[in-house]
Write a protein of this length. Structure first.
Lengths: 410, 224
């Protein structure tokens, strides 16, 4: 027996009752939203070939995958996300299906996150992928489903920052057009903007660029707010890439307005996530109660091509554990109406009436109730104590004559 | 960390301030931009959390090493931390202002009596004592050099003297401690100053207030 007996690997957790049920309920609410928008569930294997997954992923996630060998010496990984396995499935097995493909998943993924950050190494993601359409309406749909999913789960104050990687790239390229800089400078700039290292960015730009060019790039972070941001953005010198992007974003916002959730959206044109992966709209969802984003996503038109089928795609993923943490911080589970008692009946019976107890329980279960039959030989007081701990809605007692009556005061 | 109802209602901005070396300069610079912290500075108790309901601030006094953690988790919305500490934490945090205070250099130093005068003179597998193992590892790796890192918590200057290490990686402000311990710096890894960092979500939620503070701090830093 090792010293670790009883422990579980760092970054993993047990979901003991009632946490497991809470997690399940939250997932089911999100699932109902996905269903109501016409998305179908897809399940993929928990582990995949390393080569397959690394085809689609950026270096940051590649570095933190759980890798292992099978008995034939093939290198495998525990899936670190769902988007790449789905892209694989879409490109190889669904490419002849009628479009759009609307897929959803609620699955665990695995990442060997640095212990320091206290992040989970196994966590559940609920998300959708919309494959086929490349349009502002498709972009708006993703945002809508995310907002609705968050709301349905019980979360309040859910906000999504929305940006466009193609705008940012286009504008930076425009600004740098007349400056004499290496190719990797655009990459470095986007990197710093992605992590919001504005101090580092300012220092680098002041060395490499003219004062005006440096200032223009640093001012990109001011492009944050409501629709007026689009006007500001248009006033910056624009090439085709950037202005097309803004037009699409504007159309997306029009649809968002029609869907009725403009209040949940903030435009942030400096939002720059995983820019090797995303090609258009990017999104980050959060609430003030949690220091980490809850939801992340965007358009990634180049991914399926890597698996052999060139088709646009867009999606998002929500971290279920983070969502639940945020709900806890909002005291959501403290409100009685938000926590469902699952057990309808707890049945206590006199020793002589076991048969009647079983019969009653069976009858009730056939009617669709959740029933627990006392199976331990103990005093009525102890039984009632247990029933209370299980949050049973009703306690039934069967006396020695076989009469069934409801126990009051539970 | 549960947020109390009154915090949300008052719109409290939580600031993690570093104890120790940079504390005084940090208090000074916040006073300069009009954020009252003298009452925190002058508090003689061991209190670590100070809430100013009137002005909507909560100050959290933390060990410099812990500031990045507080901010990353959102236990603090913004914080002041040295770039050296920030780099060592390996955490990527939105970095908003270079405050110019707490200026120091991260250097490699050896005993004056040795023949080591440049980085390249450091032998393969040399023992390097440091409070910054992550930065040290990255630095020597980037130079293609393999070293043995000994993590210590303080008084780095002792290590070469007692034969525990061949060199140290440490911060230095004036160079006096090195000299006093008969150590000589043989090269600089990087310079470090205090930075204002923010939690990624707080940066969005409390954007206007943080922007205001950032602007004021930048002006004060510029004017000296």
């Amino acid at each position: 027996m090792t010293k670790r007996f009883g422990q579980i690997p760092r970054g993993t957790r047990d979901f003991l009752p009632p946490s497991a049920r809470i997690k399940y309920e939250v997932e089911e609410r999100i699932r109902s939203v996905f269903d109501s928008w016409g998305y179908d569930e897809i399940l993929t294997p928990t582990f995949e070939f390393y080569d397959m997954v690394s085809t689609g992923l950026g270096p940051e996630i590649e570095a933190i995958m759980y890798k292992f060998f099978d008995h034939e010496g093939e290198l495998l990984v525990l899936r670190p996300d769902m988007t790449t396995p789905i892209a694989r499935a879409v490109a190889t097995r669904l490419k002849n299906e009628l479009k759009p493909l609307k897929l959803y998943y609620i699955s665990d993924v695995f990442r060997y996150e640095d212990l320091q950050t206290g992040k989970d190494r196994q966590f559940c993601q609920a998300g959708i992928e919309l494959v086929g359409p490349k349009s502002p309406l498709a972009d708006a749909e993703i945002l809508a489903v995310a907002v609705e999913g968050a709301k349905k789960s019980g979360l309040s104050g859910f906000m999504i920052d929305v940006g466009r990687i193609d705008y940012l790239t286009g504008v930076i390229e425009d600004i740098l057009y007349n400056s004499n800089v290496d190719n990797d400078v655009v990459f470095k700039i986007k990197n710093m903007i992605a992590v919001k290292d504005y101090v580092g960015l300012e220092k680098m730009l002041n060395e490499l660029l003219s004062k005006e060019a440096a200032r223009e790039i640093l001012d990109l972070k001011k492009l944050r707010g409501g629709r007026d941001v689009l006007n500001q953005a248009r006033r910056i010198s624009l090439g085709k890439k950037a202005s097309n992007s803004l037009n699409e974003l504007e159309a997306t916002l029009d649809y968002v307005s029609m869907f009725g959730f403009s209040d949940n959206i903030t435009i942030d044109l400096s939002l720059c996530k995983d820019f090797n992966y995303y090609t258009g709209i990017v999104m980050e969802g959060y609430v003030k109660d949690l220091g980490f984003p809850i939801c992340t996503g965007g358009r990634y038109d180049g991914l399926c091509r890597r698996y052999g089928h060139d088709i646009p795609a867009i999606g998002f993923a929500m971290g279920i554990e983070r969502l639940i943490l945020a709900l806890e911080r909002q005291d959501y589970f403290k409100k009685d109406e938000n926590v469902r008692a699952v057990l309808d009946y707890f049945l206590i019976y006199d020793r002589a009436q076991v048969a009647k107890g079983i019969e009653t329980a069976t009858e009730l279960r056939d009617k669709g109730f959740a029933v627990e039959l006392e199976v331990m030989d103990r005093s009525i007081r102890e039984s009632k104590e247990y029933a209370k701990s299980k949050d049973a809605k009703t306690v039934l007692c069967i006396d020695k004559d076989g009469n069934v009556f409801e126990e009051k005061g539970m | 960390m549960k947020k109390k109802g009154c915090e949300l209602f008052m719109g409290i901005l939580k600031i993690a301030l570093p104890k120790g070396r940079m504390a005084e300069d940090t208090f000074d610079i916040f006073e300069k931009i009009g954020i009252k912290v003298d009452w925190v500075r002058n508090d003689k108790t061991r209190r670590l959390i100070f809430t100013d309901h009137e002005n909507g601030f909560q100050f959290i006094l933390a060990k410099p090493r812990d500031v990045p953690t507080y901010v990353e988790y959102g236990a603090a919305d913004i914080g002041v931390v040295g770039k050296d500490t920030l780099m060592e934490s390996g955490r990527s945090l939105p970095e908003l202002v270079d405050l110019g205070i707490g200026r120091c250099k991260l250097i490699v130093a050896v005993l004056e009596s040795t023949n080591i005068n440049t980085f390249e003179d450091i032998p393969f597998g040399a023992r390097i004592a440091t409070e910054y193992p992550y930065i040290t590892d990255k630095f020597f790796s980037s130079k293609g050099m393999q070293v043995d890192i000994i993590k210590l918590r303080g008084s780095m200057e002792l290590a070469p003297v007692v034969g525990l290490a061949d060199a140290i990686v440490d911060i230095t402000e004036t160079g006096i401690t090195l000299k006093e311990n008969k150590l000589k710096p043989i090269g600089e890894i990087s310079e470090s100053t205090a930075r204002l960092v923010a939690n990624r979500v707080s940066y969005n939620i409390l954007h206007d207030r943080i922007k205001e503070i950032t602007k004021s701090l930048k002006e004060v830093v510029k004017c000296g």
